[in-house]
Design a protein around this ligand. Structure first.
Ligand SMILES: Nc1ncnc2c1ncn2[C@@H]1O[C@H](COP(=O)(O)OP(=O)(O)OP(=O)(O)O)[C@@H](O)[C@H]1O
Length: 321
């Protein structure tokens, strides 16, 4: 493994346990997606890998190097796009990308070439020479991505790189993420976007309150679930929705939201569920219905809960007050 994390614990002052025994590994050529609710501990994890925060206990190795005892090597071996906006005041995207590539050891020629390549690949050429103050949030974010990708370390980590990025450029960005892995980098992609995670990564780690609650390929995460399908029904009104949720018993409890009822079902029950929904439509209780495979988002919500750690966040806010 190029990046190895073993039983990592980070407790901040005031006792916030942001990482609570995290173990994971990323191989050269692999894109690992790190998913988790707000405050799950994703940024804390990345900061420890690049030596910006010190682990309370546990072990990190980047190509055999320990960022605690050798932070200079860790920074050389790792590139990070931080979650916060890059300070681009007074510089253009082209300049910022070239400067970062030069800092990381690229020749002047290579820095210029990489800036050109990335600005073209992400369709940013129109803003290449616009000073930072006049750039939109999305273009700033993409520039920060290019800064991390221009002269990458062996491990490249992106902390929510597609926030405020339009859907077309988001795909262009995923292509560059894949290209980095193909060049042999170990890539960590932090995201809240489950669709993105599914499309752009080979393996996923789901964090909940500082712990790993699931890991595997998107297909493995789906395969672990007995209920692989979902019956979704749009009832004629809220009252009918409540009654329908109680009447049709699936593989797990139904979730009712207004007129919408979503019931997890087993693959074997799909035909029966469709027949039942059709019948309910015929008697005027249901407007629309569908049976589809569960999405990764359904699985993510079932793992971390619909609250997504909100309760924990409230506890922590109270503790901090
Ligand atoms: N410097 C700090 N001092 C004290 N507590 C901190 C510090 N940084 C983060 N925390 C707390 O640690 C927990 C994990 O935060 P972290 O930023 O790692 O989460 P995250 O998963 O990256 O969240 P988000 O998705 O919102 O960016 C949170 O409860 C946060 O409030």
């Amino acid at each position: 493994m190029l990046l190895e994390i073993d039983n990592l614990v980070k407790v901040y002052r005031r006792g916030v346990r942001a990482n609570d025994g995290i173990s994971l590994g990323v191989e050269a050529g692999e894109v690992l997606g790190l998913l988790g609710h707000n405050g799950a501990g994703k940024t804390t994890l990345l900061n420890q890998v690049v030596g910006l925060a010190r682990p309370t206990s546990g072990r990190i190795r980047i190509d055999g190097t320990d960022p605690v005892t050798d932070p200079a090597s860790a920074r050389r071996l790792c590139s990070l796009q931080p979650q916060a906006h890059a300070p681009l005041n007074g510089v253009t995207p082209r300049q910022a990308i070239e400067i970062m590539a030069r800092i990381r050891g690229a020749s002047r020629k290579r820095a210029r070439q990489r800036a050109d390549e990335l600005l073209t690949a992400l369709d940013l050429s129109a803003w290449a020479n616009t000073v930072g103050e006049r750039l939109s949030g999305g273009v700033r974010r993409l520039t920060a991505f290019c800064m991390a990708a221009a002269e990458p370390g062996r491990v490249v980590m992106f902390d929510e790189p597609t926030n405020d990025v339009d859907p077309v450029r988001r795909r262009l960005l995923w292509q560059q993420v894949t290209a980095l892995a193909e060049q042999g980098c170990a890539v960590v992609l932090v995201t809240h976007n489950v669709v993105e995670a599914e499309r752009a990564v080979q393996r996923l780690v789901v964090l909940d309150r500082g712990r790993v609650v699931a890991q595997g390929t998107p297909a493995q995460l789906r395969g672990d679930r007995a209920a692989r399908f979902r019956l979704e029904v749009l009832a004629v009104d809220d009252q009918a929705a409540g009654a329908l949720a109680a009447e049709y018993v699936g593989a797990a409890p139904a979730v009712v939201s207004g007129r919408r009822v979503v019931t997890p079902i087993r693959a074997d029950d799909a035909a029966g569920a469709l027949a039942w929904a059709q019948q309910q439509q015929a008697v005027g209780r249901v407007d629309e219905f569908s049976v589809s495979p569960v999405s990764l988002e359904d699985i993510y919500i079932s793992l971390v809960g619909a609250e997504g750690g909100a309760e924990e966040e409230r506890d922590r806010a109270e503790l901090a007050a």
